[in-house]
Design a protein around this ligand. Structure first.
Ligand SMILES: *Cc1c(COP(=O)(O)O)cnc(C)c1O
Length: 399
C-alpha cells in the first residue's frame, strides 16, 4: 500500500507545474517556420513579455535555461576585463558571478550571507570607492531561490543613483517573475533575465533577456558579443529566423502564448502577485505554528525580506533530507532540496528543504503540500507545534 499513488506534485522551485492548457497548446503538429500562423503568433508574445516585466524596453528570446539567460545577458554588455560588482545573497548570485568570471569579466562579489538581503549602504560604500567609475554593472538576484531572500531592487537602484555612479543595474528574476512584484522601468533596471520554467509556467527551454536603451547603448561597444547571443539581430533583425538565430522553439512558443494569455490577459499580473502573496503567507503561518515547539523555521526571518515564490525551511540536519524523502515516497509531493546552505557541520544542506509556491499553484495545492509535510513531521517524530494547517487555512479564509 502506498498513499503516493494519484497525481504527483513537483513542489520544487523550477520546473514548476505546467498548466494542462499550456501542455495542450504545445501538443500539435509542427508548424511551418517560414511563414504563416507561427510568425503572427510570435509577434504577439513581445508586448506580453514586456508587460510581465513592466518595461517599454526590448526583450530577446533564446532557446535555453536560466544559465543561458545569464550568459546571454553578460556577453551583450561586457568586454573582457570589465569590472562587475555582484551582490550575493545566495547560491544563484554566486552562480551568475561565476558565469561572468568564466567569460573574463573582472568580478567582485559583495556577500550578504545566507539569511539577509542586500544592504544598500554597503553597496554605496563599494561604489564610492570606485572613483574612476570602472564598474560597468551592478548585478544581483531579485529572489535568490536558494536562500529565498527577496532583494529590494528599487533601494539598490537608489544607492547607485545617490552615488552618481553610471553602472548598469542587472537583475536575475528567474525565480520571481510573475510571482513577486517587479517593475523594470519604475525601478531603473537596465538588464533583466528570466526563463520559462518558473513563474511563467512553461516547461524548461526558453530564456529571456529584457534590456533598456541604456543597456543597448553599452551593448554597441561590448567586446564579448557573440553571433549566437547578440541582441541586435534578435530584436532589430528583419527576418523571422533572426529572432531565434535559427529554428524557432516552435512548441515552447505556443506554450508560452497560452501561459501569457493566462497570466496577462485572464488572471492579470497584479492578481497573480496577490495570489502568490496570500499563498506564501499561508505557508509561513504553517511554519510559524510548527516552529512553536520544534526546530522548523523559515530561513529568512523578516517577512518583508521573503520571496512569495519559494520558501527555504530550516529544520536541522539530516531532517531536511529525511523529511523530503518521506514526503515524496508517501504522499506524492516532491519538495525542493536544501541548496547552498552548507556548513562544515552540514556539508550537503541536509538541514533544509524548500517549498515552491510559484506559478500555477492554488490554495488546495498549498494545503496539500502543508498537510503532507505535517504527516512527515509526525511519522518521523520530528518535534513540531500544532495548528499549522488551521493557521494556513485562516490566512486563505481572510484573503
Ligand atoms: C532557477 C534559477 C536559475 C537557474 O536556472 P536554470 O534554468 O537552472 O539554468 C538562476 N537564477 C535563479 C534565481 C533561479 O531561480
Amino acid at each position: 500500500m502506498t498513499l503516493a499513488n494519484g497525481r504527483t506534485y513537483l513542489a520544487i522551485p523550477g520546473p514548476s507545474v505546467a498548466p494542462d492548457r499550456v501542455l495542450n497548446a504545445m501538443h500539435r503538429a509542427a508548424p511551418n517556420i517560414y511563414e504563416g500562423p507561427l510568425h503572427d503568433m510570435v509577434d504577439t508574445l513581445y508586448p506580453d513579455l514586456k508587460a510581465v516585466a513592466r518595461t517599454k524596453g526590448d526583450v530577446a528570446i533564446y532557446i535555453g535555461n536560466g544559465h543561458a539567460a545569464w550568459e546571454a545577458s553578460l556577453t551583450n554588455v561586457f568586454s573582457r576585463g570589465d569590472k562587475a560588482l555582484v551582490l550575493v545573497t545566495g547560491r544563484f548570485g554566486e552562480g551568475w558571478a561565476e558565469a561572468a568570471r568564466g567569460l573574463g569579466v573582472d568580478v567582485t562579489m559583495l556577500d550578504f550571507g545566507r539569511q539577509s538581503p542586500v544592504d544598500p549602504a554597503r553597496l554605496a560604500e563599494a561604489l564610492k570607492a570606485d572613483k574612476g567609475h570602472q564598474i560597468r554593472a551592478v548585478m544581483t538576484v531579485h529572489a535568490d531561490t536558494a536562500t529565498t531572500v527577496l532583494n529590494d531592487i528599487a533601494a539598490i537602484r537608489k544607492a547607485i543613483d545617490d552615488c552618481g555612479h553610471p553602472a548598469l543595474l542587472m537583475v536575475d528574476c528567474i525565480a520571481s517573475l510573475g510571482c513577486d512584484r517587479f517593475e523594470m522601468d519604475a525601478w531603473g533596471v537596465d538588464v533583466m533575465v528570466a526563463a520559462s520554467q518558473k513563474g511563467l509556467m512553461v516547461p524548461p527551454g526558453l530564456a529571456f533577456v529584457w534590456f533598456s536603451e541604456k543597456a543597448m547603448a553599452v551593448h554597441q561597444s561590448a567586446g564579448l558579443v557573440t553571433p549566437y547571443w547578440n541582441w541586435t539581430p534578435r530584436t532589430r533583425g528583419t527576418m523571422f529566423y533572426q529572432k531565434f538565430n535559427g529554428t524557432a522553439p516552435t512548441h515552447h512558443l505556443f506554450g508560452l502564448r497560452e501561459s501569457l494569455t493566462m497570466l496577462v490577459h485572464e488572471e492579470g499580473l497584479e492578481a497573480a502577485w496577490a495570489r502568490h502573496a496570500v499563498l506564501a503567507r499561508a505557508v509561513w503561518a504553517a511554519l510559524a505554528a510548527w516552529g512553536d515547539g520544534g526546530p522548523v523555521a523559515a530561513n529568512i526571518r523578516e517577512v518583508a525580506n521573503r520571496s512569495n515564490a519559494v520558501t527555504s525551511v530550516r529544520i536541522g540536519a539530516p531532517d531536511g533530507t529525511r523529511l523530503r524523502r518521506w514526503v515524496e515516497a508517501n504522499t506524492g509531493v516532491t519538495l525542493g532540496i536544501g541548496l547552498g546552505m552548507n556548513t562544515d557541520a552540514d556539508p550537503n544542506s541536509d538541514g533544509f528543504f524548500r517549498i515552491a509556491h510559484m506559478g500555477h499553484v492554488n490554495a488546495h495545492m498549498v494545503l496539500g503540500v502543508l498537510g503532507s509535510i505535517e504527516a512527515g513531521l509526525t511519522a518521523l517524530q520530528i518535534p513540531h507545534g500544532g495548528g499549522a494547517l488551521a493557521a494556513a487555512a485562516a490566512v486563505m479564509a481572510e484573503a
